[in-house]
Design a protein around this ligand. Structure first.
Ligand SMILES: *[C@@H]1O[C@H](CO)[C@@H](O)[C@H](O)[C@H]1NC(C)=O
Ligand SMILES: *[C@@H]1O[C@H](CO)[C@@H](O)[C@H](O)[C@H]1NC(C)=O
Ligand SMILES: *[C@@H]1O[C@H](CO)[C@@H](O)[C@H](O)[C@H]1NC(C)=O
Ligand SMILES: *[C@@H]1O[C@H](CO)[C@@H](O)[C@H](O)[C@H]1NC(C)=O
Ligand SMILES: *[C@@H]1O[C@H](CO)[C@@H](O)[C@H](O)[C@H]1NC(C)=O
Ligand SMILES: *[C@@H]1O[C@H](CO)[C@@H](O)[C@H](O)[C@H]1NC(C)=O
Ligand SMILES: *[C@@H]1O[C@H](CO)[C@@H](O)[C@H](O)[C@H]1NC(C)=O
Ligand SMILES: *[C@@H]1O[C@H](CO)[C@@H](O)[C@H](O)[C@H]1NC(C)=O
Length: 475
C-alpha cells in the first residue's frame, strides 16, 4: 500500500520553509499571491504595496493592469503578472494594433522599473466567456508580436489561465483529457505555449471539487492531509498514489496536454486557495480549513517535490488571494477567499510566527495524547511513522537524528512524538489516532510526572523516553 518507503528520516524543515513564505526557494519555485480589487474600500496602491513588502511577498498576480499599482510596484523587486481582463479580450483579439497599444501602455511603459514577467490573457475564458473563445489565440499571438517588436519577449511570457473544469474527467489523472468541445482551440493554445516557452496557467481550486464531490473526496485529501495510508488515492493505471487533490489536478493537466502530444510545457498554478467564511450551507468554508489549505499548499510547493507524475517538475503557485473581495458575485464564500480584510487586518495569519505556533487543538483535545502502542510490530510502527512524517505532515524536526528527541533505538518513543503531533494538528479536520492500529489515545498528560506512571504501565518502559522529552520541553 504505502508508496513512501524511504521517507525516514525526512527533514521537514518546518521553520525554515515557513520563513521563506512567498519567497523564491533554491530551485526558483515560488509562492506568490493574487491581488483582486473587487472591493468597495480598496486600499490605495501604495498601501497595497506596503502590505506586500511587509509580508515579504515577492510575486503578485494582478487581475488587470491598473496603472497606479504598476507604478507603486516599481523598484520593489516584486515580480508581477498583469492581466488582460475578459472584458478587454475581444478588442485585443480582434485588432493587432489594439494589442500593440495594450502592450505599450500597460507593459512597455512600466518595464524595467516594474518587473512584469507574465501576461495572463483573460481568465478561464473557455469555461466562463465561451463567446470570446475564438479570439483567445489571436489575442495571444497579437500580444506576442507586440512584445517581440518591443524586444520584451524574453522578459515577459504570455499565457492564459484555465479552470480545471476544462478537464472532462480529471480522475484518474493518467486518462484525463481536455473537454473535446475545445480541442481545436486548445491545440492552438498549446502550440503557442510550446513555441514561446510559456507555462500552462491553471487555476486549481480543490475547494470547488471537494464541495461538488459531496463526500466522494475526503476533506483531508483536499487539505493536503491524507488521513492514513489506506485512504490514499491511487491511479489504477500508473499505480501512483495521490495524497492530495492539488497534485492530482496538476497531473491531470499534464496528461491532458500529453493526450494532445505536448509534453514539455510546464504548469504554473495562477490561483489556488480556500475560503475562510461562507453561508450556512457552505460549511467547508471556514478559518481552520483555509489556514490548513494555504499553509500546506505553501509547504508543498516550496518543498521541491513536484507531483507524483512529474516528480522533478516544480509548480510555482499564486495563492488566491490577498484581500476579501466583497464585490465579487456569487455565494458568501466567493467574497471570503482573502487572507486579509481590505483594512489590512489579517483574517488568519500565514506568517512564520503564527504558523509555528498554530494550535489547532479544540478544547475537547486538551489532555488527550496520541501515542504508539508498544506491542505493535516495529515494522508496522515504522510504516506508520514514515507516513506521519511524510504525507501526514507531522512536525518531525525534533526527532531527526541529532535533534533533541531523537532515539535511534526507541521507535515507540519516536513514533509517539510524531503521532501525537499529527493528531493534535489534524484532529479538528477529522484526523484520527489510528495509524493502522499502531496508535491509541490516552488521556494521561505525559508531561505531568506523577501521572506518567500510568502511561508507562500502558505502554511499557520505552514510553519513558518520550515522557521525559515532553517533561523537559514543558519544563
Ligand atoms: C525580474 O524578474 C526576473 C525573473 O525572476 C529576474 O531574472 C530579473 O532579474 C528581475 N529584474 C529586475 C529588474 O529585478
Ligand atoms: C464540454 O464543454 C461544453 C461546452 O462548454 C459543455 O457543454 C460540456 O458539458 C462539457 N463537457 C464536459 C464533459 O465537461
Ligand atoms: C514543442 O517544442 C519542441 C521544441 O521546443 C519540439 O521539439 C516539439 O516538437 C514541439 N511539440 C509540438 C507538439 O509541436
Ligand atoms: C496495515 O497493517 C496491515 C496488517 O498489519 C499490513 O498488512 C498493511 O501493510 C499495513 N498497511 C500500511 C499502509 O501500513
Ligand atoms: C499524437 O501523436 C500520435 C503518434 O504520432 C498520433 O497518432 C496522434 O494522432 C497524435 N494525437 C494528436 C491529438 O495529435
Ligand atoms: C477590519 O475589518 C474587519 C472586517 O470588516 C473588522 O472586523 C475589523 O474590526 C477591522 N479592523 C480595523 C482595525 O478596523
Ligand atoms: C517544529 O518543531 C520544532 C522543534 O520542536 C519547532 O522549533 C518548530 O517551530 C516546529 N515547526 C512548526 C511548523 O510547528
Ligand atoms: C518533501 O519532499 C520529499 C521529496 O523531495 C518528500 O519525500 C516529502 O514527502 C515531502 N514532504 C512534504 C511535507 O510534502
Amino acid at each position: 500500500m504505502l508508496k513512501h518507503g524511504n521517507m525516514w528520516p525526512v527533514s521537514l524543515k518546518g521553520g525554515v520553509m515557513l520563513l521563506m513564505l512567498m519567497v523564491l526557494n533554491v530551485s526558483g519555485t515560488f509562492v506568490g499571491i493574487n491581488v483582486g480589487t473587487a472591493i468597495s474600500n480598496l486600499p490605495s496602491a501604495s498601501d497595497i504595496v506596503s502590505i506586500l513588502k511587509e509580508k515579504k511577498i515577492q510575486h503578485v498576480r494582478l487581475l488587470d493592469s491598473d496603472h497606479q499599482m504598476l507604478s507603486a510596484l516599481a523598484n520593489t523587486g516584486i515580480e508581477v503578472v498583469v492581466g488582460v481582463p475578459n472584458d478587454q479580450l475581444l478588442r485585443v483579439g480582434q485588432s493587432r494594433s489594439t494589442a500593440a497599444d495594450w502592450i505599450n501602455k500597460n507593459v512597455a511603459a512600466y518595464i524595467p522599473a516594474t518587473n512584469i514577467t507574465y501576461i495572463a490573457v483573460g481568465n478561464e475564458v473557455l469555461t466562463t466567456v465561451p463567446n470570446a473563445a475564438l479570439v483567445l489565440v489571436p489575442a495571444l499571438q497579437f500580444l506576442q508580436s507586440a512584445l517581440l517588436a518591443a524586444n520584451l519577449n524574453t522578459q515577459v511570457k504570455i499565457s492564459s489561465p484555465h479552470s480545471t473544469d476544462m478537464i472532462s474527467k480529471p480522475f484518474p489523472p493518467s486518462t484525463a483529457t481536455f473537454n473535446s468541445t475545445w480541442s481545436s482551440i486548445m491545440s492552438q493554445y498549446l502550440q503557442f505555449l510550446n513555441n514561446t516557452g510559456s507555462p500552462f496557467m491553471l487555476n486549481a481550486q480543490p475547494y470547488y471539487d471537494y464541495v461538488k464531490g459531496q463526500g466522494v473526496f475526503p476533506l483531508e485529501y483536499a487539505l493536503f492531509r491524507s488521513l492514513n495510508p489506506d485512504s490514499q488515492i491511487a491511479d489504477p493505471n500508473t499505480n501512483l498514489f495521490y495524497t492530495n487533490m492539488f497534485d492530482a489536478m496538476v497531473d491531470a493537466t499534464y496528461n491532458s496536454m500529453q493526450a494532445m502530444n505536448f509534453t514539455g510545457i510546464p504548469v504554473m498554478v495562477t490561483a489556488s486557495g480556500w475560503p475562510w467564511h461562507g453561508a450556512q450551507n457552505e460549511k467547508a468554508a471556514n478559518v481552520d480549513n483555509a489556514l490548513a489549505y494555504n499553509t500546506n499548499l505553501i509547504r508543498h510547493v516550496l518543498n521541491n517535490s513536484g507531483t507524483p507524475g512529474q516528480p522533478n517538475t516544480q509548480v510555482s503557485t499564486y495563492i488566491f488571494e490577498l484581500f476579501n473581495e466583497d464585490l465579487r458575485v456569487g455565494p458568501v464564500s466567493e467574497k471570503n477567499w482573502g487572507i486579509m480584510f481590505p483594512n489590512a487586518t489579517t483574517v488568519y495569519s500565514l506568517t512564520f510566527e503564527d504558523m509555528a505556533t498554530t494550535n489547532t487543538d479544540s478544547p475537547a483535545l486538551r489532555g488527550k495524547f496520541c501515542v504508539a502502542i508498544s506491542s505493535a510490530p516495529h515494522s508496522a510502527l515504522k510504516q506508520s511513522l514514515d507516513w506521519a512524517c511524510g504525507p501526514g505532515s507531522a512536525n518531525c524536526s525534533a526527532i531527526q537524528p541529532g535533534q533533541s528527541c531523537y532515539k535511534s533505538d526507541d521507535i515507540v518513543a519516536v513514533a509517539s512524538y510524531a503521532f501525537n503531533d499529527y493528531y493534535h494538528r489534524t484532529q479538528e479536520s477529522g484526523g484520527t489516532c489510528s495509524f493502522n492500529s499502531t496508535a491509541m489515545v490516552t488521556s494521561t498528560d505525559p508531561t505531568l510526572a506523577p501521572m506518567a506512571a500510568v502511561v508507562v504501565q500502558l505502554l511499557g518502559p520505552q514510553a519513558q523516553t518520550i515522557l521525559l522529552h515532553k517533561f523537559n520541553r514543558a519544563g
